[in-house]
Design a protein around this ligand. Structure first.
Ligand SMILES: [Zn+2]
Length: 119
C-alpha cells in the first residue's frame, strides 16, 4: 500500500478539487455514522457514484442524492470545482477523477485512512 504525499500524481487544480470533495464527503459521513466503518464502506460506494455525477455535470439528478456535502443544486459542486472545468470532461479528466476518488474513498483507502482513528 503506497502512502504519502504523492497519492494524486497529477496535482492539477482539478485533482485537488476532487480530493477536497472526497475528503469532505469522508469526514461528513464519518461524523454522521459515528465511526461505523462497515456502514461507511457501504455508503461510500454510492457516494463515489454521486461524486462522479456531480463532476460530470449531473449534480442534483435523481442518481446524485447520496452525497453528504452536496445539496444537489450544482452550487455546492461548483465550490469544489475549478472555474475552468467544463461540464464535459475529456478522457484524461475522467481518469484523474476516477483515480483520485479511488485513492481517498476506495476500500483500500478506507482501511488505511488515519482519519478514522484519529478523530
Ligand atoms: Zn453535486
Amino acid at each position: 500500500m503506497l502512502r504519502g504525499h504523492s497519492k494524486c500524481n497529477i496535482m492539477s487544480r482539478f485533482a485537488l478539487s476532487v480530493k477536497a470533495r472526497c475528503i469532505a464527503e469522508l469526514k461528513a459521513a464519518h461524523k454522521k455514522l459515528q465511526g461505523d466503518i462497515i456502514t461507511l464502506k457501504k455508503v461510500m460506494v454510492n457516494v463515489t457514484s454521486t461524486i462522479f455525477l456531480c463532476f460530470n455535470g449531473y449534480c442534483g439528478t435523481s442518481f446524485a442524492k447520496y452525497s453528504y456535502v452536496c445539496a444537489g443544486t450544482n452550487r455546492q459542486a461548483k465550490n469544489f470545482m475549478p472555474n475552468n472545468v467544463k461540464v464535459k470532461m475529456v478522457d484524461s479528466d475522467q481518469h484523474v477523477l476516477r483515480k483520485c476518488i479511488e485513492m481517498v474513498l476506495g476500500p483500500a483507502a478506507l482501511n488505511a485512512t488515519k482519519l478514522l482513528t484519529t478523530t
